[in-house]
Design a protein around this ligand. Structure first.
Ligand code: RIB
Length: 362
C-alpha cells in the first residue's frame, strides 16, 4: 500500500504530524548535535555563523518553540507572574491588570491571570495551581481578611504583593486606596445635596474594601449630625455585581422612609441599581440620586452619567508590579504599603451637572 504524499510529509515533518517539535527534531534536520542546536538558542555566539543559520532555518521549518518549563529548570525562573483577583468580569480589576501588565511586559514577564469570583475555596485552588506553575511572584486581591495562606506562600519564596488590600502588618508589600475616605466622599456629597435618608448597597463586610467604605459613610453622617442608624439604609449583597444591584431595587423602594439617594460599593452595583430604578419608572437623579465607586470606563457613558468615587486603577496595578520587581531585583528591599487617595467625580446621576473632582478637606 503506497503512503500518500501528505502522510509521508506528515511523517517526516514533526510540525505536520501535530507532535510537539523538540530540539532533537531541529538538530536532526539541521544535521548538528543536540548541544549545538541548544547553543544556538542559549549561547549563539559560540556557534559558527553558517551552522547557526542552518539551525535557525530548521527551527523556522519545523515551527519549534522552546519550552519555558525546560528553560525555567535551567535558570530557576519562569518569567511568569500570577495575578489572582476577585472578579475579572469587573472592569476595575481589568484596568488594574493593564497597569501591572504594562510594567511587567517590559521586563519580559508574562501574566497568569485568575479570578477567585469572591470564593475563598476557588482562591485556595488558584493559589495552589499558581505555585505548581512555579510563578515568580503573585499580585492578588484576597477574598477574605485572613491572609495566612498568602503569608505561607510568601514564606515559601513567592514574592506576593497585595492589590487594593492592606497587608495589616503581615510583612507583604501592598497597594491600596483610602476606602474610608472614599466612603466619606460619596456620603458627604449626597448629604451636601440635601439627602437625609441614603441607601448604601454594599458587599460582604468580610471584604476589607466594603467594610472601609461603610466606615467612611458612617463618619460622614456623624460629621453632619445625622445618626447613621437612621440616615443609612444598609443593604448587603452577596456579590458586587450588576445582577445583585438590580435585585435590591425592590427592597430599596419598599423601605420606609424611602431613600432619596443610593450609594453603591462599586460601579457594577450602581449600574444594576440604575437599571432597576429605570425599569420601575423611577427618575435618576430626579427621584433618586445615585453614586457608584471605582469610576470604571462605562461610568461616564451611562445615561445619566454616573457620579462615582474614582480609584486610580491603572496606577494601582502598575505600582504593585513595580513593588514586585523591586523585591525580586536582589537589591535591598523593605516591604511597604503604597497608598492612593480617591476622588469624587460628580456627574448627572447624583444631581451634579458637571464632571468635577472634589475631595474632602484633610
Ligand atoms: O474588591 C471589592 C470592590 O472593590 C471591587 O468590586 C472593586 O469594584 C473595588 O471597588
Amino acid at each position: 500500500m503506497s503512503v500518500c504524499a501528505d502522510c509521508q510529509a506528515a511523517d517526516s515533518s514533526p510540525a505536520l504530524r501535530n507532535a510537539r517539535v523538540t530540539i532533537r527534531d531541529v538538530a536532526r534536520l539541521a544535521g548538528v548535535s543536540l548541544g549545538t542546536a541548544s547553543n544556538v538558542l542559549n549561547n549563539p555566539t559560540v556557534v559558527a555563523a553558517p551552522t547557526r543559520l542552518r539551525v535557525l532555518d530548521a527551527i523556522a521549518r519545523t515551527g519549534f518553540v522552546r519550552s519555558t518549563a525546560a528553560h525555567q529548570l535551567r535558570v530557576g525562573r519562569s518569567l511568569t507572574v500570577g495575578v489572582l483577583l476577585l472578579d475579572l468580569a469587573n472592569p476595575f480589576f481589568a484596568e488594574m491588570v493593564k497597569g501591572a501588565e504594562a510594567v511587567l511586559r517590559d521586563k519580559g514577564y508574562v501574566l497568569m491571570v485568575c479570578s477567585s469570583d469572591e470564593s475563598p475555596d476557588q482562591e485556595r485552588r488558584y493559589l495552589r495551581a499558581l505555585e505548581e506553575h512555579r510563578v515568580d511572584g503573585l499580585l492578588t486581591t484576597p477574598v477574605e481578611r485572613d491572609l495566612k495562606d498568602l503569608a505561607a506562600l510568601a514564606a515559601r519564596g513567592i514574592p506576593t504583593v497585595l492589590l487594593d488590600r492592606d497587608a495589616g502588618g503581615l510583612g507583604l508589600c501592598s497597594v491600596t486606596v483610602d476606602d474610608v475616605r472614599g466612603g466619606e466622599l460619596a456620603a458627604s456629597h449626597l448629604i451636601a445635596l440635601g439627602h437625609t435618608v441614603v441607601a448604601f448597597v454594599n458587599g460582604p463586610l468580610s471584604i476589607r474594601q466594603c467594610a472601609d467604605r461603610r466606615q467612611g459613610a458612617r463618619q460622614a453622617f456623624r460629621h453632619a449630625s445625622l445618626r447613621p442608624e437612621r440616615a443609612m439604609v444598609e443593604i448587603t449583597v452577596p456579590a458586587l455585581s450588576v445582577e445583585q444591584g438590580e435585585k435590591v431595587v425592590e427592597r430599596l423602594l419598599a423601605s420606609i422612609p424611602r431613600p432619596t439617594a443610593v450609594m453603591c460599593a462599586n460601579d457594577l452595583l450602581a449600574l444594576g441599581v440604575l437599571r432597576g430604578l429605570t425599569a420601575a419608572g423611577i427618575a435618576v437623579p430626579g427621584e433618586v440620586a445615585l453614586v457608584g465607586y471605582d469610576d470604571v470606563a462605562f461610568a461616564a457613558m451611562l445615561s445619566p452619567a454616573l457620579s462615582s468615587v474614582r480609584q486610580p486603577k491603572y496606577e494601582l496595578g502598575a505600582s504593585a508590579a513595580m513593588l514586585f520587581l523591586e523585591e525580586v531585583s536582589g537589591e535591598e528591599h523593605e516591604h511597604r504599603s503604597v497608598r492612593f487617595e480617591p476622588e469624587l467625580v460628580v456627574r448627572a446621576s447624583s444631581g451634579g451637572d458637571k464632571t468635577t473632582a472634589i475631595s474632602l478637606p484633610t
